[in-house]
Design a protein around this ligand. Structure first.
Ligand code: CP3
Length: 322
């Protein structure tokens, strides 16, 4: 999950050497090292590529900055000409340092460990391009679906195609699985959940299959809540990332048994630790013991997370998995 490294001293040390966050992402040697750090420390079964969902906006020609204490700031799209700044082929090629990172990581990672490539889902990435930042009430982007639908659809179309090509290149470079982060799926009325989340994700997955990409794909519709089933029944993902608000009883009815579940320990409980954390980890392992389960958090690891608590979770998962 995003920003996982920030609780690790070795990550902070590496981060301090980079000019800025974008430079870090575009430096294959540093990004490969950041990808491998948590695997070295915790011996987890899969690594997630070090990059960011907003690189694609940089690639299509929008200015992206990461400001300390503020988060990402993106130049907003105002009209159709903003969508035609960089030809598709060039945009995909601009992300070649990421493919180089994948290649380096894959060659250094044990063959029994998976490397997960990723991108942001079209609506979540579009939201940054419309609102200029995350963490807003999403009203500007949501209004676009009603008042500026044509430009919204063109933006989604562009992101679907660019993301498909971007992910395809990651797989060619060695990614073993892909994850699509729909981090801002919450709070949408069901018709907009359908048109902004379900349909674009379904099209992205179908496009990847059309391009002969056969690796497993995990979708993460964060905040889907009661609409989780609409997502799992219409987006042909192999696994679904679950957020902290979903409980196993709901999952049983909303996610087909053949679909892997990934999640969903509360990152705040990982900070708290102790018996409550142990109990929840065991509960999740137990709840999903009869189906494919990738143990994970319901959202990103926070900087203040104690290393000992992550170690404890790894230990419990290993015990539970044997
Ligand atoms: O955990 C990892 O480091 C894996 C690589 C990764 C990053 N971002 C690196 C990153 C992944 C998978 C992401 C995904 C991402 N990025 C998402 C989707 C997942 C989620 O968390 O919902 C989103 C919404 C983003 C956008 C983003 N990037 C935000 C909101 C921020 C700033 C957050 C903050 O509080 O400052 C980032 C920055 C970012 N992306 C960092 C890292 C390691 C922190 C940069 C730093 O200061 O070192």
């Amino acid at each position: 999950m995003r920003q996982a490294g920030r609780h690790l001293p070795e990550y902070l040390e590496l981060r301090a050497q980079a000019k800025d966050f974008l430079d870090f992402c575009y430096s294959p040697s540093m990004a490969a090292e950041a990808t491998l750090q948590p695997i070295r420390r915790y011996d987890m079964d899969a690594a997630i590529l070090f990059a960011d969902i907003l690189l694609i906006l940089d690639a299509i020609g929008l200015d992206v900055r990461f400001e300390k204490g503020v988060g990402p700031i993106v130049e907003t799209v105002n009209d159709e000409s903003d969508l035609n700044r960089v030809p598709m082929e060039k945009a995909v090629q601009r992300l070649s340092p990421v493919y180089e990172t994948v290649d380096r990581v894959r060659s250094k990672l044990d063959s029994n460990k998976a490397l997960i490539g990723f991108c942001g889902a079209p609506w979540t990435v579009a939201l940054y391009a419309i609102e200029g930042r995350g963490g807003t009430d999403k009203s500007t982007a949501r209004s676009w679906a009603y008042t500026n639908a044509d430009l919204m659809n063109k933006l989604l179309d562009l992101l679907i195609e660019a993301s498909a090509q971007y992910l395809s290149e990651q797989v060619k470079a060695g990614a073993d699985a892909l994850m699509i982060f729909e981090s801002w799926a919450e709070g949408l009325p069901s018709d907009l959940f359908q048109s902004l989340v379900v349909e674009p994700n379904a099209r992205l997955v179908n496009r990847l299959r059309e391009m002969d990409i056969t690796v497993p794909i995990i979708g993460f519709p964060r905040g889907a809540a009661t609409m989780l089933e609409a997502y799992t029944s219409q987006v042909a993902v192999n696994g679904v990332g679950l957020d902290t608000a979903i409980n196993p009883a709901h999952v049983a009815g909303a996610v087909p048994n053949t679909m892997a579940v990934q999640g969903h320990l509360d990152p705040l409980l990982l900070i708290a630790g102790g018996d409550a954390m142990d109990a929840r980890v065991r509960e999740l392992l137990q709840a999903y013991s009869g189906r494919p389960h990738i143990f994970n958090l319901g959202h990103g690891v926070r900087p203040e997370t104690p290393i000992a608590h992550v170690e404890r979770v790894v230990e419990l998962v290993r015990e539970g998995a044997t």
